[in-house]
Design a protein around this ligand. Sequence first.
Ligand code: NAG
Ligand code: NAG
Ligand code: NAG
Length: 207
Amino acid sequence: MVALVLILLTGLVQVINSSAFNACSNCGNTAVPYPLSTNEDCGDKRYKVYCNNGRLEFLSATGTYYKILRIDPSANKLVITPPLIQKHTCYSSDLKMGGFVLDESLPFNISTHNTVMLFNCSDNILLSPLNCSSNSICRQFEEKVEEGSGCVDTLCCHFLKDSAMNSHKIRVRVGTCTAYTCLVDFKSSDPLDSWKYGIELQWLPPT
Ligand SMILES: *[C@@H]1O[C@H](CO)[C@@H](O)[C@H](O)[C@H]1NC(C)=O
Ligand SMILES: *[C@@H]1O[C@H](CO)[C@@H](O)[C@H](O)[C@H]1NC(C)=O
Ligand SMILES: *[C@@H]1O[C@H](CO)[C@@H](O)[C@H](O)[C@H]1NC(C)=O
């Protein structure tokens, strides 16, 4: 009887070790929950993230690293920092790469909780379903946030990036819009000082 229980327990421990407990060790002070993987020996390789000098980062399809701000493993979500808008310009730091682009073959997409603000847009953008009115929240960002100061008086817009929009890209380029930022779980009654900057990504749970 005791032997049987021991055999069962040993089996259980092995099952646990090979799945949930195969999490990677911390990156700096940041926990790296399963299935995220900082190296070959832990996590699930399809969920690759990078530990660069104690800073946990996500790599886009175009080779840009974005800092991971927080991770919610129970909801299969993580939030990355939007790129900075370069000083005295209205260019996002990832403009040359076309903005934020996810590799469609990987199990990540952009969740439906992101409100994207676009800046320095050309007139043709008005045709899409965006809020480019004078009371769009992008005006507040331009006028009250230091980072937005290079974009003052440009045509700007915001929109909820729901599934009707491509869930693998936040596109910017010269000739459409040249900068963007993004808020997670934004509600129209939220005052500027409570905005949560970030791009929330969701992952397909490992099978
Ligand atoms: C706005 O975009 C245009 C190209 O579409 C660019 O020439 C211009 O420098 C940009 N303005 C700022 C302030 O970055
Ligand atoms: C645009 O956004 C502002 C701020 O959230 C809102 O008050 C306004 O009703 C929106 N306009 C349109 C046309 O949706
Ligand atoms: C993003 O991925 C999640 C989890 O795989 C999925 O449930 C959701 O439908 C996807 N969203 C879009 C817009 O494709």
